[in-house]
Design a protein around this ligand. Sequence first.
Ligand code: MRU
Length: 343
Amino acid sequence: MKTIEWVNGKLRIIDQTRLPYETVYIELTDIPDVVESIKSLRIRGAPALGVMAAYGLCIGAAKIDASDKSSFIKQLEKTSAEILASRPTAVNIRWALDHMRTIAAKAKTPRDAVESLLEEAKRMHSQDVAINKRMGKFGADLIPDGATVLTHCNTGSLATADFGTALGVIRSAVAQGKKIQVYATETRPLLQGARLTAWELMQDGIPSTLITDSMAGHFMSKGAITCAIVGADRITANGDTANKIGTYSLAVLAHEHNIPFYIAAPISTIDPTLKTGTSIPIEERKPEEVLGFGGVQTAPKGMRVANPAFDVTPSRYIAAIVTERGILRKPYAQSISKALKPA
Ligand code: MRU
């Protein structure tokens, strides 16, 4: 099972809106397809979105009809802006597009640019797997043998190029021979936990229990949870972290019960241009996602809805941030700025 793949000159993704009921792969051949897939969460999860944005730009670049480099770059900027506008919170999209545009800028001709962009997208794709494995190794040290680990949303192979961030840490701890149990929250409203994380955990044979989001406090108060680990869509310079809606509530509950709350995210999820989490743009999604699920209406028609897809957890609730450059601890302003310095 591959989340995203470049095969025979085409971009192929697994349609995550159909999982776990059906395994359907779709081919994306133009920018409107790419943008639609991101907006409707056929592909999702910050690191996977970064890789998708990079390949998406390659699709756009290959269609540009320009004989000179400056008009090529102009049109590439337009394509990049279209992809960037797809979802606002996961900074990995911007990070990938910014990086790809520096690659295009170095090329001599439009043709060279198209070639080097694809080469770079492929490199970023395989690098994401290596990054996740490194994060997994560092993060596994935080998870004691016999732990019951709470996680939220989906941060596994489906949210990345492969292996996962928070779920990658859990996978690494299990691979080290530790006896780990997982509590996975279902993650309303789109059920990434129930549909995707539960599916990945079952495939791996990791002992796990699915709970609704609102059960977390109950299990924490009973002493059932050893630690919690989740992913991130954007981490600001002070360590404040935007992640799937519900993360903030879990972090506050964990604090109340003295349960360490960890974030696992690649360096590309850190946005040093923002000082604190209050500046992170939060995506507001369609009311239909809250009014029902899978085409079945569960709330009265016409009811007013709020549907922020993410919330921000202040860094004071975060015990550590696991990255591919090691485990970052408080004070995050210092540890983050050190981690961002080139090696
Ligand atoms: O709306 P989604 O499904 O894209 O949200 C995903 C999350 O919030 C993940 O926790 C985050 O992107 C990290 S994925 C490794």
